[in-house]
Design a protein around this ligand. Sequence first.
Ligand code: HEC
Length: 148
Amino acid sequence: MIKTILIVATVGMSMGVASAVAGGGCIPPEASSTITSDKDFDDYTYKTRNAGRKVFRKCKVCHTIKEGGKSSIGPNLHSVMGRDAGTVDGFKYSKAMKESGITWNETTLRAFLSNPKKYIPGNKMPFPGLKKPEQIENVISYIIEESK
Ligand code: HEC
C-alpha cells in the first residue's frame, strides 16, 4: 500500500491527480479500491464523480445542472438534493410529479432513477432508468457535487 500511495503522490504532483485520472489508467486499480488516507479518499470521490459526469450525458439531453440553468424538456437540476419534487418555478410538471410528496435525497433519487415510471406512476420523464447500480451511485455523486 505504501508503494501505491507513493505512485499516486508522484503522479499527483507531476500532473495533478485530476488530469492523471482523466488521462486514463496511470493509477493502479488497487489505489481506488482501498481507502486508507484522506488523499486516497479524495481520489476516490473524484473518480466516482468523473464517472457520474459520463452517466449524466444521458440526462443532459433534457436537464441542465448549473446554477440558474434553463429548464428545457426537463427541469433544471441544480440543488435538486433536499428539494421537494415538482417545484422548479416555470416548469410544467406532470400532476403525478407535483403531487408525489417526495423530497429528493439519495434514497428517493436512487429509487426514481432505477425505474422512474414505477417509482412515480404517471410522471412524464421519458427515460427508462439506469440499469447498473454503480451508474446510479456515480450520477448521484456527480449531482451532489455539481449542486454545491
Ligand atoms: C428525455 C428527457 C429526459 C431525460 C433523458 C432525463 N430526464 Fe429527468 N425529467 C424529465 C422530465 C420531462 C421531467 C419532469 C417529469 C414530470 O413532470 O413528471 C424530469 C424530472 C426529473 C427529476 C425530478 C426533478 C424535480 O424538480 O422534481 C429528476 C430528479 C430527474 N428528472 C433526474 C434525471 C436524471 C438524473 C437523468 C439521467 C440519468 C434524467 N433525469 C434523464 C426529462 C428527462
